[in-house]
Design a protein around this ligand. Structure first.
Ligand SMILES: Cc1ncc(COP(=O)(O)O)c(C=O)c1O
Length: 395
């Protein structure tokens, strides 16, 4: 198919499957001055360890400047891979550093997984709702996306039968984006058991697991079925997303193919960034730093909880997240969050309508609120404005 009558370019079928991120489009209209945006999914810039990064960058440039600026191994910087393996041992995962592939953000990990595992028409199972960026990463490989029934903890083990034969189940057990939900120990055990029974591999995405407020989440699914799980981690939420540093831990059977896909994609993740991050975290920096992020986000979570309780009209529901960055709100039946958004922006606040996070049977009466990028006073005001907008339509 040509892009228009006057162009010689033929688009690949996969390009036809690519769509602009609905969220990025929405963010454009919400970036008006004066609008309190609870829409963004960005970590708080106040949590970025600027001084530590500055010192580490200076150290790397003094200590190994030419190595840091040269092409490097596709697998990633050895000491950083070892750090990741040790870090995951603390979560109950037995990982050989050779299994760790450093990626350009975990978003690249999702793309590589799609490239290596999805054929046109093959089935991929996801949660309802799920991370929009994963749906976008998988779409060009033309999967048939199957939604698994979920409750407030994630996929129902008894619903996995509907995904039998799928290439994998993509799942976010910790403080899911967008729903904020977290899976209990019992649910993890049952889900893995059900997946093993039908030989359904798991792709486990865990960018938010360290951002817990009260208790550390139970061990990853990957610790329960290492040969059947690909695990994705990220430095974006515990250090800074602009570094574009994430990692994939793959069972030995998959590692070589993911590495070949990585080589073809970008040769390697910037060696300079990897060395700087390793220099920052090698001596336990995150043990002190991450608790400061948790404390900040917990206070903001509390502000949003209080504001929702104080202002939202009857018929709205939400679950209080015990970590991560998001509240997921269900509006009264019949309220369309897309149609409501321009009215909310008019009043001075913005959110992300929830429909885009569903692969099928989108719930139009849902929305996602981020509590991390604006200070508590603005959270209160933003939620009050949302409630006023809603009261106008549900009267
Ligand atoms: C669930 C989930 N997976 C992956 C990513 C991508 O993160 P990264 O910055 O590591 O590419 C995000 C980013 O928001 C996310 O929410």
């Amino acid at each position: 198919m040509t892009t228009s009558a006057s162009t010689p370019w033929l688009l690949a079928r996969r390009a036809e499957r690519m769509n602009p991120s609905v969220i990025r489009e929405i963010l454009k209209i919400t970036e008006r001055p004066g609008v309190i945006s609870l829409a963004g999914g960005l970590p708080s810039p106040d949590s970025f360890p600027v001084e530590a990064m500055r010192a580490a960058a200076a150290h790397v440039l003094a200590d190994a400047p030419r190595e840091a600026l040269q092409y490097a191994a596709s697998e990633g910087y050895g000491p950083l891979r070892e750090w990741v393996a040790q870090h995951l041992a603390g979560k109950g995962m037995a990982v050989d550093p050779d299994q760790v592939l450093i990626t350009t953000g975990s978003q690249q990990g999702l793309d590589l997984v799609g490239k290596v595992l999805i054929d046109a028409g093959s089935r991929v199972a996801v949660e309802a709702p799920t991370y929009l960026g994963a749906l976008q990463a998988f779409a060009p490989y033309e999967p048939d996306v199957v939604t698994v029934a979920c409750d407030e903890q994630g996929p129902l083990p008894q619903a996995l039968a509907a995904a039998r034969g799928a290439r994998f189940l993509y799942v976010l057990p910790n403080f899911q984006n967008p729903s904020g939900r977290c899976m209990s120990e019992a649910r993890r055990a049952e889900l893995v058991q059900a997946a093993r029974r039908i030989e359904l591999p798991i792709v486990e995405d865990n960018p938010y697991g360290d951002l817990w407020f009260d208790a550390e989440p139970p061990a990853p699914l990957a610790s329960r079925w290492p040969e059947g799980t690909v695990y994705l981690g990220s430095f974006s939420k515990v250090l800074a997303p602009g570094l574009r540093l994430g990692y994939v831990v793959a069972p030995k059977a998959l590692g070589p193919k993911l590495l070949q896909a990585k080589q073809a994609a970008d040769l390697h993740t910037p060696g300079f960034n990897q060395r700087v991050v390793h220099q920052v975290i090698r001596d336990g920096f995150l043990d002190d730093h991450v608790p400061t992020i948790r404390a900040r986000y917990k206070a903001q979570r509390d502000a949003m909880r209080a504001a929702l309780e104080a202002h939202m009209p009857a018929g709205c529901h939400w679950t209080v997240p015990s970590g991560g960055m998001f509240f997921w709100v269900e509006l009264p039946d019949g309220v369309d969050a897309v149609a409501l958004l321009p009215k909310a922006v008019e009043r001075g606040m913005a959110y992300v309508p929830g429909g885009a996070f569903f692969a099928s049977e989108a719930k139009a009466n849902t929305l996602r609120l981020s509590f991390v990028t604006v200070p508590p006073a603005s959270i209160e005001r933003g939620v009050a404005l949302l409630a006023q907008t809603l009261k106008e339509v549900v009267r």
